[in-house]
Design a protein around this ligand. Structure first.
Ligand code: TPP
Ligand code: MG
Length: 412
């Protein structure tokens, strides 16, 4: 008989649960820790950058170190305005959801800097493969809020005609590829598009994002393998916001650092402070240069904290301490950029308040404009015929039969 061992399965724990005091430890990292690397560095050369943390803004709101992108104040103010617009948009849309005007909503609360700074660091021809947590990239690419709200309602002007969940945007003009509900699928799709750009010898780079939770799926690993083998011009971001709905990131990887997982694939890998607009901008610009110089992929862990609920269907007080985001050592991304601008004499509390007011009325005006094309309760909604159109150029016979059947039933 085989002797029985005393140990049983190892089940990871979340560091804190409701009622515990949130504790993320003290971050040892400062903006001056890590040097900027040559773009033709090897994966091995990035070992310290993968296990450390690239930061530019210090706790006194100064921009320091070699990764400082030295952006002009005007550019920083544009970034601040995009982030603030997203936060106010999200707050308003959440209220709309709570009052029955939207069926579902997801905020980017606490993560506003990520897609905005990163997309600002790219060129307009670059392809974006986002998750539902990167809608801010659309502001950078010029999407109108009315069109975004029409999508969230699923009214007649919804550009995907109700085929997607709210917040699962697609924006062709901005090369913002449709968000997929099955998480993780975008990672390998992004490699395919990056390879197509390379094959066509176009100076196009692809950027994609995946969550910590979704990075536990095979898709993440297939993508890294393909990107590494074919040196795809792609920027692969793992947004580690610590949670996948109620599942802590301890369940997504056996090691606590997500950046270093790129190293065994031979991909230069960097961890960046995801609440530091300047650090995000800089690391992304650097990764774009690498891709553009035909030096292949870059793997980035964006270290952040999901400050709000996962979605309008989630209640985080059930599984983590209340207000845990207040204790996040990375602070709040909007506040940090705002305080930096104040520090360098380019912004004031009064200007900030004015901007908040202006954006709030812009969002409200956009909502009023959007419901002219239909609201959730009363429509009008996209025509039921659209179930059968716009997928096949020539719909196959069995769909035509179903379409006829639907029309008979509808027009009875
Ligand atoms: C393949 C698949 N499995 C499960 C789900 C349900 N689901 C939607 S979001 C989510 C959590 C994802 O967490 P993470 O990847 O960390 O992204 P975050 O929401 O934190 O940005 C899950 C499990 C899904 N949409 N697709
Ligand atoms: Mg997550």
């Amino acid at each position: 008989m085989v002797k029985k061992k005393t140990e049983t399965l190892h089940i990871p724990e979340a560091p804190q649960r409701p009622g515990d005091k949130p504790d993320f430890g003290n971050w040892p990292w400062t903006p001056e820790d890590l040097n900027i690397l040559k773009t033709d560095c090897s994966a091995d050369d990035t070992r310290e950058h993968a296990s450390g943390l690239v930061r530019v803004l210090n706790n006194e709101h100064e921009a320091l170190g070699q990764w400082n992108p030295n952006l002009k104040p005007e550019e920083l103010i544009i970034g601040l305005e995009y982030m603030l617009r997203l936060r106010i948009f999200d707050e308003r849309m959440m209220k709309m959801q709570r009052t029955g005007k939207l069926s579902f909503y997801m905020r980017s609360y606490g993560e506003e800097a990520i897609a905005i700074a990163q997309t600002m660091a790219l060129e307009n021809q670059d392809w974006l493969f986002p998750t539902y947590r990167q809608p801010g990239a659309q502001f950078v690419r010029g999407r109108d809020m009315v069109s975004m709200i029409c999508h969230c309602i699923g009214n007649e002007e919804d550009n995907v005609k109700g085929r997607q969940m709210p917040v699962h945007y697609t924006y062709r003009e901005g090369r913002y590829i449709s968000v997929s509900s099955p998480v993780g699928t975008q990672f390998s799709q992004a490699i395919g598009v990056a390879l197509a750009s390379k094959y066509k010898q176009l100076d196009e780079v692809t950027i994609t994002w995946i969550g910590d939770g979704a990075s536990a799926e095979g898709d993440y690993h297939y993508a890294l393998n393909f990107a590494s083998i074919f040196k795809a011009p792609v920027i692969l971001n793992v947004v580690n916001n610590q949670w996948a709905i109620s599942t802590h990131s301890n369940f997504a990887s056996g090691i606590q650092n997500f950046a270093t997982r790129g190293l065994p694939y031979g991909i230069p890998s960097i961890r960046v402070d995801g609440n530091d607009f300047l650090a995000l901008y800089s690391v992304t610009k650097w990764a774009r240069q690498r891709a553009s110089q035909n030096l292949g992929p870059t793997h980035i862990e964006v270290l952040t904290y999901r400050a709000g609920a996962h979605s309008s269907s989630d209640d985080p007080s059930r599984y983590r301490p209340k207000d845990s985001s207040d204790f996040w050592p990375g602070g709040d991304p909007i506040n940090r950029l705002k305080m930096h601008l104040i520090k360098i004499g380019m912004w004031t509390e009064e200007k900030h308040l004015e901007l908040e007011k202006k954006l709030d009325s812009e969002v409200m005006d956009a909502y009023k404009e959007a419901v002219k094309f239909g609201d959730l309760a009363n429509g009008p909604y996209p025509s039921s015929d659209s179930i059968f159109t716009e997928v096949y150029e020539t719909p196959p016979w069995h769909l035509l039969e179903q379409w006829d059947e639907m029309k008979r039933w509808r027009d009875e």
